[in-house]
Each structure stands twice: as C-alpha cells, then as structure tokens.
Design a protein around this ligand. Structure first.
Ligand code: KG4
Ligand code: ZN
Length: 359
C-alpha cells in the first residue's frame, strides 16, 4: 500500500502573510526530514498599514510563489518531477492568498501528473510536532497564533476534537492590537515582548475574561479594551508606562494561558489515562518566553511534557504543509482538482477524516 512507502512531498503555504514552499520526506517508519524550507515574510508590504492587507498579500504571493518553489527545489537538489505529491494549504485563511497557493498546486499536480493533497492549515500546525519530535497520538495541542487560539485533542491524522477556542480575538491578534495602540509597530508580539522586558508586570491589574468559568475557551477583547482605557487615562505615555503596560498585559495573558493549559491537561488525563500527557504548542505566540515559561511550569507540576517545535516551524511555513501532506499521502489520501479553497475550515468537521483513495 502507498501507506508505507517513503514519500517526498512539496508543500505550499499562502494562507496569510508568509509565502512558503518546502520539500519534506517521510520514511518507511514515519520519520520526517526537511530537505528544503523557504519562507518569505511580507512584513515590508504590510508595515505601513499596521496589519495584513488581504489584497496586497494575495498579490505578493502571486509575485513570489513560483520563485520560492524553484528555490525549494534547488535547495533540496530535486526537480519538481521527483516529488510524489503536491500539498497546499486549502484553508482556513485569507481567501485570495489561499487561492494563489491552491491553484498553483493544482496546476503543478495536473502538469506533472502527481496527486494533489489539500491541507487544512490548522492540521499542518497540529501535526508539526510529529515531524520535529516524532510525537505519538494522542496528544493535546495548544495553537496560539495571529488567527487562532485553541486547544485541540489530536487523536490521529484527520481526527481532531476541539476542546476550546477564543470567542473573540486570537491571542496573537490581541498582542498586535495592544502593540498598535502603544505605537509599538507590527507584528506586535515580538515588540510587546521586547518592551515588557523593562516593565513592571505587577503595576496594572488587568481583567482576565472568562477565567472564572470552567470551559476551556478564551476571550481577549475585554482585556484589550481595558488596556486601551488605561493607556488613554495615562496619556501621554512615558516609555516606562508603555513598558509597564506591555509587561502587565503579557503577565495577564500568560496567566490565562497557563490556567487553561492546566485545566486542559487535567481533562486529557481524565479522558486518556493510559496516554503520556504531551502538550504540543504551535503558532507564532509560542515564541513568547514568558508564556512558554508558564507553560513549562504547568506541565512539570503535572508530570506532563511540553513540546515546542523550533519557532521557525511554529510560525507559518511550507514544511508543516508538506508534512501534513506526507501524513495524508501515507494513508492513501489524495484530493480532486475540483477541491475548493475555504476561508473557514474548522478542524473537527467530519470531512477532515481520512477517506482512503478509491474507498
Ligand atoms: O503563527 P503566526 O506566524 O501566523 C499566523 O497567525 O498564522 O503567528 C503570528 C502571531 C502574530 O500575532 C504575532 O504578533 C505573534 O504571533 N507573535 C508573538 C510573538 N512572536 C510572534 N506574540 C507574542 N510574543 C511573541 N514573541
Ligand atoms: Zn498559522
């Protein structure tokens, strides 16, 4: 069966503001190897607007994607003809960008007569720890990015259960919005972390929305408003005020994430007492050292293991898409050239389930 054969997969990612292509190989025993991983961030295109402008993002993907695919092939020392399948993010994400990547993948699949694998971007994040750390199913994932904040039970390829999500802003988005109101620039997360270093995390007590409820959901919009009101009350802000607000905000969200991660791990233990308790973190916010330190503490208190893939593989990249494609390909999955790009595509829909080709 296709399942066990080694495979080399091209992965394409264009769902937000990274144009990325990678070539990944999965061996007979399920170990992955990255042969090339090329990412072009569009920071310059969007900097003047303080956020990602979807039309500009799509246009930049269109301009650069072919070159980036060619560069990935060069770095891997392979010709396009050598790959076994073409994987591309088919959603969720900014639809113009997704269309550029998916259409390119379809054209390559048709021209080279290779299977197409339409990858759910969230599944790509979810499976990355299997590429980097060979983590076995089941495990708990916390995805914290600019677009998503969710706990997902990862039971297998295509087999997910969402345990909690944000009811308003994603955590990265909250970092970005607070950074914007403090005039720290975009993307806000790294700038906030840098500003927070010289700040007092105890100076301001910000609200912790939803935390009194047992559900594993998040809410950050009320917190963001509280920060804005505080900043307006203090205006004009001194450099120290900005640092103290950034540090207090960061401490607040780190606390929220840590409490929720502890609750999610307890639920994981109760639901799957035989499984090792592994918490995998994915998404750009995983780069935040204060949050990572709190997650480490929560895991070690509970005898659980925290797995954080290298940050270049936590943020958007092509290797995670190629790897998700490789995992699906190994199970005999391929998608039709009529596959649609999807702006929204929750992980736990039945259509994520693996339908073996020809079944
Ligand atoms: O996963 P990612 O690269 O892109 C997607 O959103 O898919 O995540 C980007 C997000 C941005 O909101 C950025 O501000 C945030 O991750 N981020 C951080 C840090 N580095 C990136 N947030 C907090 N602290 C950081 N060090
Ligand atoms: Zn992402």
């Amino acid at each position: 069966m296709t399942g066990q054969a080694p495979a080399t997969i091209l992965g394409i990612e264009t769902s937000c503001d990274e144009t990325a292509a990678a070539i990944v190989t999965r061996d007979r025993s399920g170990h992955g190897m990255i042969a090339a991983n090329v990412v072009r961030s569009q920071l310059d295109e969007h900097a003047a607007f303080g956020g990602v402008v979807p039309e500009l993002a799509a246009r930049a993907h269109l301009t650069y994607l072919d070159h980036i695919i060619a560069q990935a092939c060069r770095e891997a020392g392979l010709a396009l003809q050598d790959v076994d399948a073409i994987a591309a993010t088919a959603g969720p994400g900014l639809i113009g960008g997704v269309l550029v990547g998916l259409t390119t993948a379809k054209a390559l699949a048709a021209a080279l007569d290779k299977p197409l694998i339409a990858v759910n971007h969230l599944e790509a994040h979810a499976l990355t720890a299997r590429l980097t750390d060979n983590v076995q199913f089941p495990y708990l994932m916390l995805l914290v990015s600019g677009g998503h904040t969710q706990f997902v039970l990862v039971r297998g390829v295509g087999d997910y259960q969402r345990w909690g999500t944000t009811i308003d802003d994603a955590l990265g988005e909250a970092f970005d919005k607070v950074a914007k109101l403090l005039s720290l620039g975009h993307p806000g997360g790294p700038a906030m972390e840098a500003a927070a270093r010289s700040g007092d995390p105890a100076r301001f007590k910000f609200p912790r929305p939803l935390l009194h409820e047992r559900r594993l959901d998040f809410s950050f919009s009320g917190l963001k408003t509280a920060v804005r009101l505080k900043a307006e009350a203090l205006a004009p802000l001194s450099e120290q005020d900005v640092a103290d607000i950034a540090a207090s905000f960061q401490a607040t969200v780190a606390h929220i994430v840590a409490v929720r991660a502890g609750q999610a791990l307890d639920r994981f233990r109760a639901a799957l007492p035989q499984a090792p308790a592994n918490l995998v973190v994915a998404g750009g916010v995983a780069a935040n050292r204060t949050i990572a330190a709190r997650l480490h503490a929560v895991c070690s208190e509970r005898g659980a293991t925290l797995i954080v893939p290298p940050i270049a593989l936590c943020t958007d990249n092509g290797a995670m898409v190629a790897w998700a494609g490789a995992e699906r390909f190994a199970l005999g999955v391929a998608d039709g050239l009529d596959t649609m790009a999807r702006p929204r595509w929750p992980l736990d829909l039945p259509d994520m389930r693996v339908q073996p080709h020809g079944a």
